[in-house]
Each structure stands twice: as C-alpha cells, then as structure tokens.
Design a protein around this ligand. Structure first.
Ligand SMILES: NC(=O)c1ccc[n+]([C@@H]2O[C@H](COP(=O)([O-])OP(=O)(O)OC[C@H]3O[C@@H](n4cnc5c(N)ncnc54)[C@H](OP(=O)(O)O)[C@@H]3O)[C@@H](O)[C@H]2O)c1
Length: 338
C-alpha cells in the first residue's frame, strides 16, 4: 500500500467536490490501485484545516462552507508552506480561482509545492498558462510531476489521449470544443434564441458563470488549447501567441448561413502544424457533418487529434461540472503513482 499525503488549496466548488469524491472513492482506490489517499490539509485564504494524524482529515465531505472555520481542525493563519514543511511529501491539489494576469494564488502555491518536492494536480489554469516552461522545468529538476487534466477540459481526457494514447504519433492538427458553456449557447441560438437570451438561460441554469466573459470571449478555450499544445506538441505558446475570438459576435444570420450549407458553427480551439511550426487559434468555425465534432451538442465537449500514423482520433463527452473536475484530479493523482 502506498500512502499519499494530500493538501487541497481552495475550498470552493471544485475543492469541495474533490474532498467528497475522495471519501467516496477511498476504499476503491485502496483495493484497485493500492493507494491510501490521505487528506492532511485544506488551505483557505486565511488559514486551513490540518491534521498530521494517520488517515488525516476525515468526515469533511458533509462540511458546509460556513462550518469550515469552526471545525476543530481549523488553524487560523496556517499557510501552505507551513503545512508542507510538517507533512510527508505527496500531492498538492490546486483548486483556487484562475487569474490570467498574475497566476495567483495558484502560482505561489504550485511554486511552494514544487520547492518542497510535492507533485501537483491542478484545476486552476492561471499559473500554468503564464509560467508553463518555468514550472515544468522546476518539477523536472525536483523529480516530481505536474498534472493538469482538471485545467484542460477536466473529465474529457484531452492530455491523456494526446500524451499516452498517441505516443509516437506526431500530432499534425487539433480541433477542440473545449468549453461546454459556449457550445450550449450556440446550440440554443441554432434553436432560435438570441445570444442574450441563450446566455441568460445558461446563467439561470447554472451552466454559465455569473461573469461569463472568460468562456464567452474564448479565453477559457485559449488556455486549454495552449496547455494541450504545450504538453502534447512541445510548443511554448503564451496567450499572446494566439488570436482569440469568442461567440459574442455570432448572429442568427451566421448560424442560418452555416445551416443552409449543412454545417454548424462551433467555437473551436485549434492547433495546426505548418512548415514545422504550430499555430494555435480560438474562433467560431463552420463544421461539416463529416467532422467528428459535428454531433457534439449541448454542454458536451470533444477533441479530435489528426496524426501522421494513427489517422484522426476523437474523444467526446466528459462531465463539465465540479464533480467531473474532481474526478479528473483524482485520475491524475492515481496516474502519478502508477
Ligand atoms: N467549476 C468547474 O467546474 C471548473 C472546471 C474546471 C476547472 N475549474 C477551475 O478550478 C478552479 C476552482 O474553481 P471553482 O469553481 O471551485 O471556484 P470557486 O468555487 O470560486 O472556488 C475557489 C475557492 O478558492 C478560494 N480561494 C481564493 N483565494 C484563495 C487563496 N489565496 N488561498 C486559498 N483559497 C483561496 C475561494 O475562497 P473565497 O470564497 O474566500 O474567495 C474559493 O473557496 C478555478 O481555477 C477554475 O478555473 C473549475
């Protein structure tokens, strides 16, 4: 049995779902993978829950946000570095908000974990998008892994497909529907809604964030295609390297025109290799019925890899919610120890 210490940063929707999933899957992970996954700390902005005891923190799954700071294991002012300095090495599970200007607070947390010789499984995107090379070089230097399925379309296995299933093949192009929210909105517009109506409906149903700009304007898809390209194709793309257009400007007339040609409009993260160089972009493209992503509708996501030796390989589906993201984090942790 391998004992794995874990610390979660960010106790929001994803962090909370991860803790609940851990409790649900603890026995399964022991029996199937020989992994004893022990949560020892959950770090918030002003302190954290901490237990150094064998088995760590248990019974947190039912804890509401309001109960965190009155829990017996709460340590006001506890920092991640303090927790890491006491615990055996394991995995940082990074679930703080994504900030694409500074990468914080995830950047500082990931740097602290790597410095202390901990692996990282990240759901947040900011630090990895802004400091990809530096963080992965640091991980290699420290002999640890950074996994980011949670940041690259979560339950849809984009990185695992590209880096494991397609190993040895050269990826010549990628098309991805990487954001479920925008795919859903385009579908509702196809059915006759205006952009504003479709967005409002998505917000009412909890599909779109109260501040939907990152999804709607293509930034979320840009982060994902960038991380997939850098991980799978050895590029060193930054956000400034790819043109990004979202779905805000799409009109009913655009959708009707595509439809009259038998096509659908999809927001795609796209990577193409030309003359030995890769170019990435995010935009709205007409997709033909023969394209593997044509039938990916609603909040579903999908990705297709075009390769030199394996033809094209498409993966579709995968839950888009916090539980699906938590499952992607758990998968990354299991695979770190395989
Ligand atoms: N939601 C999804 O389905 C999904 C899917 C894929 C990826 N992601 C990514 O996963 C991350 C978390 O998403 P989420 O939906 O769980 O967001 P969320 O509900 O807003 O949770 C983020 C949590 O981080 C806490 N936090 C803020 N600053 C912190 C700090 N300095 N130290 C420790 N904790 C801090 C927040 O606390 P306060 O409430 O006190 O600010 C909040 O509890 C994001 O980066 C997001 O892009 C989310």
């Amino acid at each position: 049995m391998i004992h794995v210490s874990m610390v979660v940063t960010g106790l929001g929707r994803v962090g909370g779902a991860f803790i609940r999933l851990l409790e649900e899957k603890a026995d399964f992970c022991r029996l199937r993978f020989g992994l004893d996954l022990e949560l020892h700390a959950a770090i918030c902005r002003d302190g954290g829950l901490f237990s150094h005891k064998r088995h760590g923190l248990t019974g947190l799954g039912a804890l509401s946000r309001g109960e965190v700071r009155t829990h017996p294991a709460w340590n006001a002012g506890l920092t991640l570095s303090e927790a890491l300095s006491i615990l055996d090495r394991g995995v940082l599970v990074e679930c703080t908000p994504t900030d694409l200007r500074t990468g914080e607070p995830g950047l500082g947390y990931i740097q602290a974990a790597l410095h202390a010789g901990w692996h990282v499984a990240a759901a947040s995107k900011g630090a990895l998008v802004l400091r990809y090379r530096e963080l992965f070089d640091k991980a290699a230097e420290r002999g640890v892994r950074i996994k980011c399925s949670g940041a690259t379309a979560a339950a849809l296995p984009t990185l695992d497909t590209a880096t494991v299933a397609l190993a040895g093949a050269e990826i010549t192009a990628i098309d991805g529907i990487l954001t479920g929210t925008t795919n859903h909105i385009l579908g509702r517009m196809e059915a006759g809604m205006s952009f504003d109506e479709a967005l409002r409906e998505a917000q009412d149903k909890g599909i779109a964030e109260p501040d939907p700009a990152l999804d709607i304007d293509g930034g979320d898809s840009a982060c994902k295609i960038l991380l997939i390209a850098n991980s799978a194709c050895g590029t060193e793309l930054g956000l400034g390297d790819l043109p990004v257009t979202g779905i805000r400007g799409v009109t009913k007339a655009d959708l009707d025109q595509a439809s009259s040609q038998g096509k659908k409009l999809k927001l795609l993260g796209r990577l193409i290799r030309r003359d030995e160089a890769y170019k990435a972009e995010v935009g709205v493209f007409p997709v033909e019925p023969s394209h593997p992503l044509y039938h990916v509708d609603g909040t579903n996501k999908g990705i297709v890899f075009f390769t030199d030796t394996m033809g094209h390989v498409a993966v579709t589906g995968g839950k888009s919610d916090p539980r699906g993201t938590a499952a992607a984090l758990l998968k990354d942790i299991i695979n770190i120890y395989r």
